[in-house]
Design a protein. Sequence first.
Length: 350
Amino acid sequence: MVPFGGWDMPVEYSGLSNEHTAVRTRAGIFDVSHMGEIEIAGKDALAAVQRVSSNDAARLQVGQAQYSGLLTPQGTFVDDLLVYRLAPAHFLLVVNAGNIAKDYAWIAENISSAGDAVAVDASSRYALIALQGPEALNVLQPLTGVDLASLKYYWFGHGEVASVRATVSRTGYTGEDGFEIFVPPGSADRVWLAILESGRGADVIPCGLGARDTLRLEAGMRLHGNDIDETTTALEADLGWIVGWKKGDFLGAGPLREQKANGVRRRIVGLEMLDRGIARHGYEVYPPGGEGKPIGTVTSGTQTPYLKKAIGMAYVPIEYAAADSELDVDIRGRRTRARVVPMPFYKRKT
């Protein structure tokens, strides 16, 4: 257990490699109740969400969610988030645990000009359990009346799970099929234990922060504070697809549109180590041959339990960002060869 975002959180239960493999091959269950929930409601709620989030929330139907960015006026990241449309004028924003107070203050300040809309930090009303992996549907379906098979990716439904009122979302942070289940905090243990019992035959196991991080990295998903922050724009992070280019004005719109027109000078890339060694967060990246000054820094890196490769992400100048380009990573004073590869590193078979 470690302190994380104001919570005591499990790094691992039975071992990172074991938990990672369980999610890739069967299913694993995560307690992610540390995530924050901010609700925006009112006649002008859509306008408010459109102003503070980068993606186009007008495209969301009720019951649908989208990945988005909470951006500064410069187009860089205050946070990344999921936006759920609960009703025509009622949205739920799920944000990172360590950013709840900062995000809520930012949202409340910046929606004040949007009209009739109010933001509420509703984090204490939600516990969140994630069931991820190819067996997730078979494990969860006996516990709920929500028709999980008909629930499309990034859609959600309401019902009961283990006789507890819940919202079930077909989302996750692992690269696998799976579900995230919002329940009242007082009933979270009941739902957790019911899922473990239902998953006994599939050998579903609890998973911690360690496996969550290696799984999301294999899937090429960015981690706020490592891969995206207030120094990186959505385009530099190769997340142009979460920008509503055709919608009206929003925070960061001007700089992003200018950057799109002129091109970025640097971009995040996926790295696969060619020599023995693991490119860890903070390690410096050099041009091939290791000469001269560093050109970038590794933002995330690990030896993946499933792919059995050393992989990572780094921001590099655009001239070094092409696939198959070779770079050097300084690993404790030793220059180690790496190759730029497309992301995601892992993609599940549908």
